[in-house]
Design a protein around this ligand. Structure first.
Ligand code: 8DG
Length: 148
């Protein structure tokens, strides 16, 4: 009998720089699954936390910034060999503090189509929605991911 896999709940921030609508991508630190892949910043939701609380904590820990409000925009799932994840995506346009890569990640403000690769496969649906929202050709979401 197949055993049901438990979801790992993850809060993810789509940080949008209002001056030019650029999106923030960061690389996954050494030692994690998919190290070096580009992703939107975020991390696992701990017991008792809301999505917004988890995102605020993760972005403080990883990037040194403090976000204002964050509301869930989309929820997606991805089944990786290492985990079945449920991703709670929030758009964030309001934060304070200076960016400081506390886990030695790389960061890049990006326009669509992205010019960084590879991107985590679990982030691809959101790239497609962002492309659609911005009225760009669907090819602008083409990827950039090397692993299914
Ligand atoms: N942050 C982030 N995670 C993503 C994205 N797309 C995607 O599939 N994921 C997946 C990868 C991981 O399996 C999971 C995030 O977990 P993580 O291991 O990075 O979280 P964490 O920082 O809390 O990790 P740790 O405390 O266990 O070290 O979500 C994305 O765009 N951003």
């Amino acid at each position: 009998m197949a055993s049901a896999r438990k979801h790992t709940e993850v809060a993810v921030g789509v940080l949008i720089r209002l001056a030019d609508d650029a999106l923030l991508l960061t690389t996954r630190p050494e030692g994690k699954a998919y190290a070096g892949y580009w992703e939107f910043p975020g991390g696992k939701i701990e017991v008792g936390e809301t999505v917004e609380e988890a995102l605020r904590r993760e972005l403080q820990e990883e990037l040194g910034i403090t976000i204002g409000g964050a509301e869930v925009w989309k929820v997606t799932e991805h089944d990786y060999p290492h985990a079945l994840v449920r991703l709670h995506w929030c758009k964030v346009t309001d934060w304070t503090g200076e960016f400081e890569m506390r886990e030695s990640q790389a960061m890049a403000w990006q326009q669509l189509p992205l010019d960084v690769a590879p991107v985590l496969p679990g982030a691809l649906p959101v790239l497609a929605w962002l492309v659609e929202e911005r009225g760009l050709p669907a090819s602008a979401a083409e990827a950039v991911s090397t692993v299914a």
